[in-house]
Design a protein around this ligand. Structure first.
Ligand SMILES: Nc1ncnc2c1ncn2[C@@H]1O[C@H](COP(=O)(O)OP(=O)(O)OP(=O)(O)O)[C@@H](O)[C@H]1O
Ligand SMILES: [Mg+2]
Length: 239
């Protein structure tokens, strides 16, 4: 049930990629509270990335309501949704989506170009460069790498750059799409702890998806997509 503390609320959501194709998602209700760190697990192909893209307003559902920070996403036009996302959501994409011709530092500072709100939050405390460096240092990426093109970084380093980019300017919501799949167990644990700590410090809500249920203990709450999604492989007649 949604209440004053709810930051994300989904009601009667149905999504299919194309008319005629079966539903990928059919979710009656999903609520996430402000400041909560939620883990959503699901097998490969179960619809995790699809759900995150719906929550971020990148995709629109065929049915149902998605309310984020009191805004009904489908009432926003495309460009308004882009601004809303830039202001309020830090997205760590499954494939990172770093800009290849920009340096590590430029990639991290990019959201501040698109969101005045996030830029002002940074400027109230530090210069954008100092804040980017602070985040990168916390994520164990040192100054020597700052001006390197991201294409010259290892996958694990790129993943941490993507995290710093999501965190800069303290967006209310950080959405992380399986960002640890290419890391070894030690680095994975360290990464999640750092991400969690940064989200806590900024009072950001963290929504993190993965197929790896070993990560559950690091979160306040864990949900299984198979349980909340009636269109899952165990319930194909929902299509
Ligand atoms: N652009 C697309 N067009 C059509 N179908 C798609 C598209 N993207 C994903 N799908 C389908 O939607 C379903 C859910 O895909 P999704 O990428 O959300 O899964 P996932 O849980 O994120 O998987 P993984 O753990 O492998 O990343 C899959 O059956 C997939 O084939
Ligand atoms: Mg995915």
């Amino acid at each position: 049930m949604a209440n004053n503390d709810t930051i994300i609320n989904v009601q009667q959501l149905a999504f299919r990629w194309q008319p005629g194709l079966p539903l990928v998602l059919d979710i009656e209700e999903l609520s996430i509270c402000r400041g909560e760190r939620v883990f959503i697990k699901g097998a490969s192909g179960s619809g995790k990335s699809t759900l995150l893209n719906l929550l971020g307003g990148v995709l629109s559902p065929q049915r149902g309501e998605i309310i984020v920070l009191d805004k009904l996403l489908h009432t926003l036009r495309g460009s308004q949704r882009d601004v809303f996302r830039a202001d309020h959501i830090g997205f760590i994409f499954q494939m990172f989506n770093l800009i290849p011709y920009l340096s590590m530092l430029e990639n991290v500072m990019l959201p501040l170009r698109f969101s005045r709100q996030r830029r002002e939050r940074v400027i109230a405390r530090a210069t954008p460069i100092d804040e980017a460096r602070r985040l990168l240092t916390h994520l164990d990426l040192h100054d020597a790498l700052l001006h390197r093109p991201v294409t010259e970084l290892s996958v694990g380093q790129q993943q941490r750059v993507a995290a710093a980019r999501a965190l800069i300017g303290s967006p209310e919501i950080v959405i992380a799409d399986e960002p640890t799949s290419s890391l070894d167990a030690d680095r994975r644990t360290a990464f999640i702890k750092l991400l969690s700590k940064e989200c806590q410090a900024a009072n950001s809500t963290l929504v993190f998806v993965s197929h790896d249920s070993g990560l559950e203990p690091f979160f306040d709450r864990s949900l299984s997509l198979d349980t909340i999604n009636k269109a899952g492989p165990l319930n194909t007649e929902a299509a």
